[in-house]
Design a protein around this ligand. Structure first.
Ligand code: AMP
Ligand code: GLY
Length: 425
């Protein structure tokens, strides 16, 4: 089978790394890919958002199956366009991807179908939004309705911050069109975790849970990022909790989407707050997490390509997945300055030494190669991933690998996994 993966991050490297191992995969392309992906797939110079060019490439190169990594091409209808051309694809339709692409859509769905989530309201006009804040009081959360590259969420400690957030989104148009509307919602307290399930329109198959580390610096300091590290599974999601999440959140959402006439297919990523009243939805994403996918993939013993195909073909009820009984942890190495301004182009050395360690895989994100040399080419650049018996073991090994990488222009958090390690002490 000829497969095309769309995207260029650490998530897509992890997907390509696993798909390339499948006996079913005869040829693997990635658009646009990166220096690490180029070792397991043929990279094609087409951007992940160039829907027409991607569809043309898939037709001209007899692609049998397309796996879409990021949210933007999903929301822009890449899967719909591929299907129209008779090409099988993994990921939701544009309509179904609204579960991530419109926070208002997601909250309305939860409210209509009793899927646990915080209270909320939607506003397309700032004065009414401010009145709501005056009634509900802070702390409260203000979100731009549309996609804002993970930046459209503002946690407000007091009412003034909330008013400023509304002005930032609606008057200053900080996130462009994504701020035509705002969602204001309850500030939920508890422990945050991510839960992933494959969904084929009708059936859902749980994958593993994970925990991300969103702030740039140790101890939760610094600005929010796309994610500076993750581990899987998340101990807060016990076997019993996973069942509760499937029964109260994932399966009702699958049924709700089908009832709305927009059956959901692809990976459903639930961003959850585990509160004293049980798990509640913070957000849904219509794609795999980055960096959560990197540790998750290292845990998977089954054939990933077969699983993604079963999902796209509506056969998930017959699929069983095998997982390692271990922990996996990813430390993201980013360019100095990320998530603010950073330089590109510095050489990264020592990658081979890090990769020689057993149970370590270095997934690439923003990298480019020139011959055998690898250079930084983005904000998040590497995802150093290790397996261990426990999160503490995986953490130790991941940092051992990080320390073999010679890249003074980059940095990482030194505390990935702290929550779990502290829990065990
Ligand atoms: P999101 O992009 O919706 O995941 O939001 C980014 C981060 O903001 C989440 O990972 C949470 O840490 C936090 N967050 C979002 N919504 C809420 C909420 N309703 N209550 C508390 N924290 C939230
Ligand atoms: N790591 C957070 C995300 O993928 O949205």
């Amino acid at each position: 089978m000829r497969v095309l993966v769309v995207g260029s991050g650490g998530r897509e490297h992890a997907l390509c790394w696993a798909i390339a191992k499948s006996p079913k995969c005869k040829k693997l392309y990635c658009a646009p890919g990166n220096a690490g992906i180029a070792k397991v797939a043929e990279c094609v110079d087409i951007g992940a958002d160039d829907i027409d060019d991607l569809v043309c490439f898939a037709i001209e190169n007899d692609i049998d199956f397309v796996v879409v990594g990021p949210e933007a091409p999903l929301v822009a209808g890449l899967v719909d366009q591929l299907m129209k051309s008779g090409i099988k694809a993994f990921g939701p339709s544009a309509q179904a991807a609204k579960i991530e692409g419109s926070k208002g859509f997601m909250k309305d769905l939860c409210a209509k179908y009793n899927i646990p989530s915080g209270y909320y309201d939607r506003f397309d006009e700032p004065d009414a939004a401010k009145e709501y804040i005056l009634r509900k009081r802070a702390p409260i959360v203000v979100k731009a309705d549309g996609l804002a590259a993970g930046k459209g969420v503002i946690l407000c400690r007091n009412e003034n911050e909330a008013y400023a957030a509304i002005d930032h989104i609606m008057a200053e148009r900080a996130f462009g069109e994504a701020g035509d509307e705002v969602v204001i919602e309850e500030f939920l307290r508890g422990e945050e975790a991510s839960f992933f399930a494959l969904v084929d329109g009708e059936h859902a198959l749980p994958l593993l849970s994970a925990q991300d580390h969103k702030s740039a610096h140790d101890g939760g300091e610094g600005p929010n990022t796309g994610g500076m590290g993750a581990y899987s599974p998340a101990p807060v999601i016990t076997g019993k909790m996973a069942k509760t999440i499937m029964n109260t959140i994932i399966l009702p959402t699958v049924e709700a989407m089908a009832a709305e006439g927009v059956p959901y297919k692809g990976v459903l990523y639930a961003g959850l707050m585990i509160t004293n009243d049980g798990p509640k939805v913070l957000e849904f994403n219509a794609r795999f997490g980055d960096p959560e996918t990197q540790p998750l993939i290292l845990q998977l013993k089954s054939d990933l390509l077969e699983a993604l195909l079963a999902c796209a073909e509506g056969r998930l009820d017959k699929l069983k997945l095998k997982w390692r009984d271990e922990a996996a942890l990813t430390v993201v190495m980013a360019a100095n300055g990320y998530p603010g301004y950073y330089e590109k182009g510095a050489q990264i050395k020592g990658l081979e030494k890090a990769e020689e360690l057993d149970n370590v895989v270095v997934f690439h994100a923003g990298t480019v190669a020139d011959g055998p040399n690898v250079f930084a080419n983005g904000g998040r650049v590497l995802g150093v991933t290790a397996l261990g018996k426990t999160v503490a073991d995986a953490q130790k090994l991941a940092y051992q690998a990080v320390d073999l990488i010679d890249w003074p222009e980059g940095f990482c958090r030194r505390d990935i996994g702290w929550r779990t390690i502290k829990r065990r002490k």
